[in-house]
Design a protein around this ligand. Structure first.
Ligand code: SIN
Length: 279
């Protein structure tokens, strides 16, 4: 990478901040280094970017084919870009619960790019957690048990807390006006298709129960996993500034948007990258 490029880890678990790079102008060699960092750290943040919608779309396409978000229309003229806004009068936020993006789809997105357009002076950070470490730190007995299980992921489990206020404000309309219930069954332990590392693939926002078990049987184990997978030592915290571009790997991480900035405006542009069927 260019001489002035600096990579600093965000925590001992995951995440890295990369400064001194203009992502819209880099060549293939530098992009390969960025992609390697994305795979290794699970989430990377590139500071001080100045992206037009066209440049954002072009940057996203270097990570793979663009996916469609099932519950919102895109930016005018750029349907691939979902605009996430919390207005000063709103009290709930989008994504304010631990989750991996849209695991209720049969082929959930491999990555998400989020670009900060407007941020509150204080607050509005995003937490990330490393699902590779979450899996590796389980006991051998629990890893063996989970290795044979699949889980049901549903779009309706916490839909209200994940998206509701944005619909009321009109910042996310259109498709959501007639919400569909989406459901997918995925392995509880997922092998990353590029790194081959195993990771825990359940999340509190979308995973409702284990396939072939009752909800009563599933809940105590799932509750344990939800607590274990978001312990502070498995996380990092990303503070956004206008121009920050983050890219996270949905195959190895979870995230949660912190809702601590009522009275202030936050606007983010989001693009997801098509993924494969978890195995
Ligand atoms: C998301 O969950 O995709 C949004 C995260 C954020 O706004 O920080």
């Amino acid at each position: 990478m260019a001489n002035e490029t600096k990579i600093s880890q965000l925590s001992g678990a995951l995440g890295a901040e990369i400064s001194g790079i203009d992502v819209a102008r880099i060549g293939d060699t530098d992009f390969a280094s960025i992609y390697d960092a994305f795979l290794e750290f699970g989430v990377i943040a590139l500071r001080d970017q100045n992206l037009s919608p066209e440049a954002f779309v072009a940057t996203a396409k270097r990570f793979g084919s663009l996916a469609e978000y099932p519950f919102a229309e895109g930016l005018d003229g750029h349907p691939e870009i979902t605009v996430i806004i919390k207005e000063p009068h709103q009290t709930s936020n989008f994504g304010g619960m631990w989750h991996t993006d849209t695991t209720y789809q049969p082929e959930p997105p491999k990555a998400t790019l989020l670009y900060a357009v407007e941020t509150p002076a204080v607050g509005g950070d995003t937490l990330f957690a490393d699902m590779r470490l979450a899996y590796e730190q389980l006991s051998p007995g629990m890893r063996e048990l989970l290795g044979n299980l699949h889980a049901i992921n549903s779009s309706t489990l916490h839909a209200a807390s994940l998206r509701a206020n944005h619909l009321k404000s009109g910042s996310m309309t259109g498709k959501e006006a007639a919400p569909r219930a989406l459901e997918a069954k995925h392995p509880v332990v997922r092998t990353h298709p590029e790194t081959q590392r195993k990771g825990l693939y359940v999340n509190p926002a979308h995973t409702s129960m284990f396939a072939g078990m009752t909800r009563e049987e599933s809940t105590p184990i799932l509750d344990y996993l939800f607590r274990q997978q978001t312990r502070p030592e498995l996380t990092c915290r990303l503070n956004w500034q206008p121009g920050t571009l983050a890219i996270w790997d949905n195959r190895s991480t979870q995230h949660c948007a912190i809702n601590d900035y009522d009275g202030h405006r936050r606007e983010m542009w989001r693009i997801t990258i098509k993924g494969d069927r978890p195995r």
